[in-house]
Design a protein around this ligand. Structure first.
Ligand SMILES: Cc1cc2nc3c(=O)[nH]c(=O)nc-3n(C[C@H](O)[C@H](O)[C@H](O)COP(=O)(O)OP(=O)(O)OC[C@H]3O[C@@H](n4cnc5c(N)ncnc54)[C@H](O)[C@@H]3O)c2cc1C
Length: 500
């Protein structure tokens, strides 16, 4: 008999892991607290699929290129199902600034920078149906895991032996040789294990933003607005915005507000304020205008967004054996980067390879967590660094007395007057940047190439005036103008900060 593999959670990480292990011929059982998706359409799944276990189910989602490549290369039939259900591929050329589009000619590798996007309910519904068709994956729904069963081996190591599950009004033990925790960001497995002496530590950092998403449907007979010079995603400092084209005539808009912007974050959850903000952002206004689309949801808000890395080994020595956390339960990232699902899928491949490589429990734990660090840590660190800088900028923007020092001015100028215009004027630089963004390359690899550095420095040296054509168009009004237009006080947050 093969090893009994039990997985807690059948969300995104659970699905990728189930598919990866099934590809190696393993059998596994997925214990999922929520009901299965409805049998019918993507629209019904969006309206009716009850997912108490995934609070962010109805926030905008896109799969980055790294994940698109994985589906394309390993699950072509799943890709066909996703596309048939209306999921969209957004290719590298689609996101080029207008000026570069005219000069662009594709090179090998550009096909590796395609995003897959749709409502998350549609992505998950199709993946779930596909996984359910695999003979060696068994889903048990309505199964709420409420504890982890453990024992100590002869050498005194803690190891998991199964879980305690509530199902059909009964509590029962579910034995497992290998336990995979894919229960997401609110998984309690680590707390349960620590209560049994595991000593698992973690580091975390606030993402510094709150997320607000609203869904829309194009009106009958109306096509998606043509792309313009103003991008569909941008950062105004006091607000970041993103347009997510989705399946079946739907799209969503996400607005991210720095935590420190109390006035805006309180107001924006009201649909009339959300739409009023969208109407003032030229990159999305034509999409949300009542002539183009109807809003089909309330504004979904989400706070308490943190990035978190859990340390499952101590100096390379595993804290728990036979236990493999995956997805948000072990590494959580700021949703703004759209990386969580890709992180989960990369980890699923790492787990598959680890289990195939060795039967030794200690070696398995070591190899798996070392692989996570090798594959994901640089991307995680780069994100946390950027988030801390963005949080600092948001705070400084509210301080009327703030005067940036020389270093801060140089860093700002390098980003805004060197890197950004250089990328907007040179498709190779943009390509390099996007490859890192999509985790096809390591972070900032493109900036280590001396030819690229020289292009960036030459752009910087040319000065703002001669680079005028390379700056993006205005993304929207300033903070004061936007807050005033919503009937909010533009100074209330600064006053609150001063008196704090
Ligand atoms: C607002 C927001 C927007 C995001 N946007 C993107 C994006 O655009 N692109 C991207 O790649 N990532 C995005 N992410 C991150 C991504 O959603 C997560 O990384 C991903 O969902 C993690 O998958 P998971 O399986 O670990 O957790 P989940 O998808 O949350 O799944 C956890 C599963 O475990 C089940 N479960 C939980 N507890 C139990 C229990 N005790 N017993 C049984 N079952 C249980 C739940 O019901 C659920 O099905 C976003 C995240 C947020 C918060």
């Amino acid at each position: 008999m093969g090893e009994r593999i039990v997985m807690v959670g059948g969300g995104i990480a659970g699905l990728w892991t189930a598919l990866a292990l099934a590809r190696s011929g393993r059998e596994l059982t997925v214990l999922e607290r929520d009901p299965p998706p409805p049998e019918t359409s993507a629209d019904e799944a969006f309206d009716a699929w009850e997912r108490k276990g995934v609070g962010h189910l109805r926030h905008s989602h896109a799969f980055l290129a790294r994940l698109h490549i994985l589906i394309r290369d390993h699950y072509p039939d799943l890709m066909a199902d996703l596309l048939a259900a209306g999921c969209r591929e957004i290719v590298f050329a689609d996101n080029l600034p207008m000026a570069l589009r005219e000069k662009y000619s594709p090179v090998p590798g550009d096909e590796d920078m395609t995003i897959l996007t749709s409502r998350r309910t549609t992505l998950e519904l199709i993946m779930r149906r596909y996984a359910a068709r695999q003979q060696n994956i068994r889903f048990v729904t309505g199964a709420l895991v409420r504890d982890v069963l453990t024992e100590k081996d002869e050498a005194g190591n803690l190891r998991t032996t199964g879980v305690l599950v509530d199902q059909d009004g009964e509590t029962k033990e579910w034995p497992a040789d290998i336990l995979i925790d894919a229960a997401g960001k609110n998984s309690q497995a680590i707390e349960w294990l620590n209560a049994k002496g595991a000593g698992i530590t973690e580091e975390n950092e606030r993402a510094g933003i709150l997320y607000f998403t609203r869904h829309y449907r194009l009106r009958d007979g109306v096509a998606e607005p043509a792309r313009t010079k103003v991008p569909g995603a941008g950062d105004l400092g006091f607000i970041k915005y993103g347009l997510f084209p989705a399946d079946n005539g739907c799209f969503s808009i996400t607005l991210a507000v720095p935590e420190i912007e109390m006035e805006m974050r309180r107001a924006i959850v009201r649909p009339e304020n959300f739409d009023a903000v969208c109407a003032q952002l030229p990159g999305i206004a034509s999409w949300t205008s009542p002539e183009t689309s109807d809003a089909v949801s309330r504004v979904f808000g989400m706070g308490e967004l943190i990035s978190r890395w859990r340390h499952m080994t101590n100096d390379g020595e595993p804290r728990v054996l036979n236990f493999f956390p995956i997805g948000d339960s072990v590494i959580r990232t700021n949703p703004l980067y759209g990386r969580g699902c890709s992180f989960a899928a990369i980890a699923a491949e790492a787990l598959r390879e680890t289990l195939d490589k060795t039967d030794d429990p200690r070696e398995r734990a070591r190899v798996y967590h070392a692989r996570l660090a090798t594959e994901l840590r640089q991307h995680y660190d780069d994100m946390v660094k950027q988030d801390l800088a963005a949080t600092k900028r948001a705070r400084n923007a509210l301080d009327p007395d703030y005067k940036p020092g020389l270093k801060a001015r140089l860093v700002k100028s390098f980003a805004e007057d060197a890197i950004m215009p250089a990328m907007r004027g040179d498709v190779d630089l943009l390509r390099g940047f996007m490859r890192s963004f999509h985790m096809v390359d390591r972070p900032n690899v493109w900036l280590r190439d001396p030819r690229n550095v020289s292009k960036v420095l030459v752009t910087w040296a040319r000065g703002k005036k001669r680079n005028a054509d390379l700056y993006p168009p205005k993304l929207g009004p300033g903070r004061k103008e936007m807050l005033t237009s919503l009937g909010l006080s533009p100074t209330a947050d600064s006053e609150r900060l001063k008196s704090a």
